[in-house]
Design a protein around this ligand. Structure first.
Ligand SMILES: Nc1ncnc2c1ncn2[C@@H]1O[C@H](COP(=O)(O)OP(=O)(O)OP(=O)(O)O)[C@@H](O)[C@H]1O
Ligand SMILES: [Mg+2]
Length: 347
C-alpha cells in the first residue's frame, strides 16, 4: 500500500497493552486510538504511570501488543493477538463457527501483514528517544558503538560509511565528531540526551517518539534540547510524538495533544483548542496546576484536583471518546456529550 499526501504517518487503533502481575492483569494501556499526521508534533501528556511510555514502546515494537492495530506509513506493523484469540474463543463457545473462522482468517492475515512490513525494514523509519538518558545508553559502549549499532542492524557495513554517519549525527545534535570515542559517563545529562537523539536520527527516521526527553535534565538545558528537537524537525522534515507529564512543556511545542489518564485517552484536540476549551475534568485539573508568572493571579487561583469517581463525564454509562467540536475529542457519556457540544455552540 502506498501513502497519499495528507494520510496519517501513524495510525493507532484500540491499542491495549496489558501486563501480567501475579494473577492480576495490569491494564497499562487500555484501548487508545489516534492518528499522527505527517510533519506535526503530537503531544501525549498525563501523570506518572498513566501509560505513556508503555504506549510508546508498544508502537515502536518493543512489546507484542495485547490488543488493537498499528499502521505506519499505511502498512500494518502490529496486531493484538491475545485479544483476537479471546474473540475467537468466545465465538466458538457461542457456537458461531462461521464467525470464529472469519476471525481466525483475519488474525492470520493481520499477523502476516505485520511480519511482511517488519521484514521490509520499515521500522527504521520510526525511532525513539528514551526517557532516561543514563539508563538508555550502555555504559560499556563508546558513543560510536552506540550510534553505529542501529546503522549496522539496518544493513550498513562499510567502516568508512559508518564513521561518516556517526560523525554527521553527532554534529547534527551539536556534539563533535571527536566525541565518538568516549563513553556515556564522560558527558553531562544534556549531552547524553543529545547522544540519544543522535542515535535516533542517524537512521534518518521519519517519525521520532521522544519520551519525556527533557524531564531528567536540569532546567537550564531543557530549553536547549527542545530547541534542538525543533531544529532537527525543521531540517529533516520529521514528525514528532512528544511525551511529557507536564502540560506546560507540551503546550508550546505540539500541534495536537492527547491527554492520557489511567491507560486511556480522555481528551484530544489541537493545542490551542485544548487550552482555550478544556472539557474533561482531568485536563482542567492539569491546566490548573500550571503556574503563571503573575503573583496576584497565583494567590487567588483555585487548584483543581481530579477525582475520577465523582468526576463528571460518564453519566452512568461507560465513557467513550466523542467529538464535541470538530477535531476536539473528549471521553464522556452521551448526556455529557450533548451538554458539552451545546455549551460550545453557544460560545
Ligand atoms: N514491563 C512492565 N511490566 C509490568 N508493569 C509495567 C511494565 N511497564 C510498565 N508497567 C506498569 O504500567 C503502568 C504504566 O507505566 P508507564 O511507564 O507506561 O507510565 P508513564 O505514563 O510512562 O509514567 P512516567 O511519567 O512515570 O514515565 C505503570 O503502572 C507501570 O508500573
Ligand atoms: Mg514514562
Amino acid at each position: 500500500m502506498t501513502q497519499g499526501p495528507g494520510e496519517p504517518i501513524l495510525k493507532v487503533e484500540h491499542l491495549k497493552q496489558y501486563f501480567k502481575t501475579g494473577r492480576a492483569e495490569l491494564k497499562a494501556v487500555d484501548g487508545i486510538s489516534f492518528e499522527v499526521r505527517r510533519g506535526e508534533v503530537f503531544g501525549i501528556v498525563g501523570e506518572s504511570g498513566c501509560g505513556k511510555t508503555t504506549a510508546a514502546r508498544s508502537i515502536i515494537g518493543l512489546y507484542d501488543i495485547t490488543g488493537g492495530d498499528i499502521w505506519f506509513k499505511g502498512r500494518r506493523i502490529a496486531t493484538g493477538i491475545p485479544d483476537m484469540k479471546k474473540r475467537i474463543k468466545r465465538a466458538q463457545k457461542a457456537g458461531s463457527r462461521a464467525e470464529a473462522a472469519l476471525l481466525s482468517e483475519t488474525l492470520r492475515k493481520n499477523i502476516e501483514e505485520a511480519r511482511t512490513s517488519k521484514r521490509s525494514g520499515i521500522m527504521t523509519g520510526m525511532q525513539m528517544v528514551f526517557q532516561d538518558p543514563v539508563a538508555s545508553l550502555n555504559p560499556r559502549m563508546t558513543v560510536r558503538e552506540i550510534i553505529a549499532e542501529g546503522l549496522i542492524i539496518s544493513g550498513m557495513r562499510g567502516k568508512e560509511e559508518i564513521s561518516l554517519a556517526v560523525a554527521s549525527a553527532l554534529e547534527q545534535v551539536g556534539l563533535l565528531a571527536e566525541h565518538a570515542g568516549r563513553y556515556p559517563h564522560e558527558f553531562s545529562g544534556g549531552q547524553r540526551q543529545r547522544i540519544g537523539i543522535a542515535r535516533a536520527i542517524a537512521l534518518k527516521p521519519e517519525l521520532i517518539i521522544a519520551d519525556e526527553p527533557i524531564s531528567a535534565l536540569d532546567v537550564s538545558v531543557q530549553a536547549q534540547v527542545i530547541n534542538l528537537l525543533n531544529e532537527l524537525r525543521r531540517q529533516m522534515g520529521l514528525t514528532l510524538i512528544f511525551i511529557s507529564h507536564d502540560l506546560s512543556v507540551v503546550k508550546y511545542f505540539s500541534d495536537r495533544i492527547a491527554v492520557m489518564y489511567g491507560g486511556k485517552i480522555v481528551e484530544l484536540a489541537e493545542a490551542r483548542e485544548l487550552f482555550s476549551r478544556p472539557a474533561h475534568p482531568y485536563t482542567r485539573a492539569l491546566l490548573s496546576s500550571i503556574p503563571l508568572p503573575d503573583p496576584y493571579y497565583e494567590k487567588r487561583k483555585q487548584r483543581l484536583t481530579y477525582n475520577p469517581v465523582s468526576g463528571r463525564g460518564c453519566g452512568g454509562e461507560p465513557p467513550q471518546l466523542r467529538e464535541i467540536f470538530p477535531g476536539h475529542y473528549v471521553s464522556c457519556g452521551r448526556a455529557e456529550y450533548e451538554r458539552l457540544a451545546a455549551a460550545g455552540a453557544e460560545k
